[in-house]
Design a protein around this ligand. Structure first.
Ligand SMILES: Nc1ncnc2c1ncn2[C@@H]1O[C@H](COP(=O)(O)OP(=O)(O)OP(=O)(O)O)[C@@H](O)[C@H]1O
Length: 644
């Protein structure tokens, strides 16, 4: 990819997944500074990088000998580890002759543990900030005759007499320190380390410097931090913070690198400062225009007075100072916050990690309390705070104390509701689990019952089928053709019977009553009904065949005999008789309707036809048309359908 003539090629290193960035060295120091920042942005884009910290560009001399020191922290999701990678760029180029020569950032990844990485990073950050502060002072009031990377001792010793600090702030804003004690008093040694000023003299400079810094609401330090005996990391850090704040103050005051800074530094404090600087650089420089730049339009209704402007600026400065202090505290307590408040899961996501650190810092009581005095502002000042709290700038970065307190209350309410919802969820889950178990039990019981019923039904059907088979098998065994003999009673009581003997085995013996000594004849039948046998006795022997008809078997029952032997009496019964005198036909039809009606799963159709065979002529006894009574007459018109 190409960025404004600055050739940047990002190559993927498969093993480490880092970027190698060949660059062509052209341009000025300022050009390089901007391009390297762009370059780092390109490196950081699209990667899971916890931090890119810090970027230090050194241009110690004019032969374009460039060194880049970069600590890149990346987070590996798979192993949940944060890895520190030291990147260094070393270009050794002569001025002019070797312009255009390619340089390359060398990657030297070094894996360290998370805690070690944090400690190492903090120490490195402290050192780099010290170098940056020294470089800036050198550019402002130098030369300081310090090494490129001064130690804490060297750095503090250089500042101890206060001359450099006072000159620096006077250069930013002349007259900030009206009187600088630069010469020893009578009888005192000359200066610096060989002849340091008396303590009370450089204390005068330091005190004046700190007063000037404090007037501008910038981070300060204690004068004792410069004392040799109390020199420690915290003291040096406060001094460095003060100097770098002064540097930022100088940058926005002069409007240098405003665009680049806005792009690279995302702090709302810095944006607010830049916005303020831009307002001051406008021709009118009015308060209204400043509001238009960084606050909503709601504050444009009333043009504030001069005193209100001043008061509003003071309020803004105080808010800015508190927020700045909050961020500094966050930086100093970074390790503690990481160790106590950040879970391993949150470390996976850089955005979550950043938000967690900021929220942990903002949750300190002091930060909220510091802003409370400004909450009840009812005039312009209140609007300023409200505007700051509600401005998109604040919402984007979650750093405003006012909005933070509202957010905390909102989050607490949300957490309370979430807890209640969780309890409800647990209750519903338990109820659902109980119902689910009950349904499962009922379902299992129902399944067992259905299975039992199915089994019983299957066995019942099987039993019915077996019974039917056995029944019809029994009918066959009893004989498919059965011949019964019924003996009609005598009409005349004086006449003599020809029946000599009726056996239980179906045999009957007959003789001639006029010749009692004549030979007797014996006939064998399936059963012989005597003269006293009733209609029911005769039908009882034939009733079993009616069920076989319903089971699908063909059955025929007919009477045979000479005239007046009682065929009609047996099959129909006597005319005008009672129900008990009904013949086989009536009783058979009654059973037929009864059995077919009991079997609901089968639909039966019953047809009745009545014919007479007389003198070898067949006649339909149910036909209404006498001409159609003679055979053949079998047609549907003469069939009587009797349905259930
Ligand atoms: N078992 C009986 N008990 C009492 N009376 C009977 C019995 N059998 C027949 N009879 C009577 O005998 C008479 C003749 O019977 P039936 O008419 O049934 O004979 P049939 O065989 O039908 O004669 P045909 O062949 O001439 O029609 C009838 O009056 C009938 O009531």
């Amino acid at each position: 990819m190409s960025v404004e003539g600055f050739s940047v090629s990002i190559l993927q290193n498969v093993e480490t997944n880092y970027s190698l960035v060949p660059v062509i060295v052209k341009g000025t120091k300022k050009f390089w500074t901007e391009k390297f920042r762009l370059c780092l942005n390109l490196i950081a884009s699209g990667r899971d990088i916890v931090s890119v910290h810090p970027l230090t560009l050194r241009f110690p001399n004019l032969d374009f000998r460039v060194s880049l020191s970069l600590s890149l922290y990346t987070h590996t999701r798979r192993t949940h580890s944060i890895t520190l990678h030291h990147l260094s760029l070393s270009l050794s180029l002569s001025s002019g002759e070797e312009s255009g020569k390619e340089g390359r950032i060398k990657m030297e990844p070094k894996r360290v543990s998370f805690r070690e990485g944090c400690l190492s990073r903090k120490a490195e950050e402290t050192a780099l900030r010290r170098y940056e502060a020294a470089a800036w002072l050198d550019s402002m009031v130098g030369p300081l005759n310090l090494p490129q990377k001064p130690s804490d001792q060297e750095f503090v010793s250089c500042l101890r007499n206060g001359l450099i600090l006072c000159n620096a702030i006077n250069k930013i804003k002349p007259g900030s320190v009206p009187k600088i004690v630069s010469k020893p008093l009578m009888g005192s040694p000359a200066n610096d380390n060989q002849n340091p000023l008396p303590a009370y003299q450089y204390f005068e400079n330091i005190r004046n410097f700190l007063v000037a810094v404090e007037e501008r609401k910038l981070p300060t330090f204690e004068a004792s931090d410069l004392e040799r005996e109390k020199l420690d990391t915290g003291s040096v850090t406060r001094i460095v913070d003060c100097i770098l704040a002064l540097k930022s103050y100088q940058e926005w005051k002069e409007g240098i690198d405003s665009n680049v800074s806005l792009k690279c530094i995302k702090s709302p404090l810095f944006k607010l400062s830049v916005s303020r600087a831009q307002c001051q650089m406008t021709p009118s420089g009015s308060f209204v225009q400043r509001r238009r730049l960084d606050l909503p339009s709601g504050t444009e209704r009333k043009k504030p007075s001069e005193s209100e402007n001043k008061k509003t600026e003071e309020v803004e400065d105080e808010v800015v100072r508190i927020i700045c202090q909050c961020l500094v505290n966050a930086k100093e307590n970074f390790n503690q916050i990481l160790a106590t408040n950040v879970t391993s899961q949150e470390r996976e996501d850089p955005v979550k990690l950043f938000n967690k650190i900021i929220i942990s810092c903002l949750e300190k009581k002091n930060n909220v309390d510091n802003l409370k005095p400004y909450a009840p502002f009812s005039s312009i000042e209140g609007k300023v705070l409200n505007d700051i709290a509600s401005s998109p700038l604040k919402k984007d970065h979650n750093t405003s104390e006012i909005d933070r307190s509202v957010s905390i209350n909102f989050l607490e309410a949300q957490e309370s509701e979430i807890r209640e919802l969780k309890l409800m969820l647990e209750s519903v889950k338990s109820e659902y689990s109980a119902l689910h178990n009950q349904v499962q039990d009922d379902y299992a019981t129902l399944v067992l019952e259905v299975q039992g019923l199915t089994t019983a039904a299957s066995r019942y059907n099987q039993a019915v089928k077996e019974n039917m088979n056995l029944y019809n098998m029994l009918q066959e065994l009893r004989g498919n053709i059965r011949v019964f003999c019924r003996i009609r009673p005598l009409f005349d009581s004086t006449s003599r019977s020809t029946i000599d003997y009726i056996g239980e085995d179906g045999s009957v013996m007959v003789f001639d009553p006029l010749k009692p000594q004549s030979t007797r004849k014996v006939f064998q039948f399936n059963k012989v009904f005597g003269p006293k046998a009733t209609q029911g006795d005769v039908y009882k022997e034939t009733q079993s065949l009616i069920r076989s008809v319903v089971d699908g078997y063909n059955v025929c029952i007919f009477a045979y005999g000479q005239t007046g032997s009682g065929k009609t009496h047996t099959m129909y019964g006597p005319s005008g008789g009672s129900v008990q005198d009904n013949g086989i036909n009536y009783m058979a039809l009654n059973d037929l309707f009864h059995i077919s009606g009991a079997r609901e799963d089968v639909k039966y159709q019953i047809n009745v036809q009545m014919v007479e065979i007389y003198n070898e002529q067949v006649r339909d006894l149910l036909a209404e048309d006498s001409s159609a009574t003679r055979y053949p007459f079998f047609c549907d018109n003469y069939l009587f359908q009797l349905e259930n």
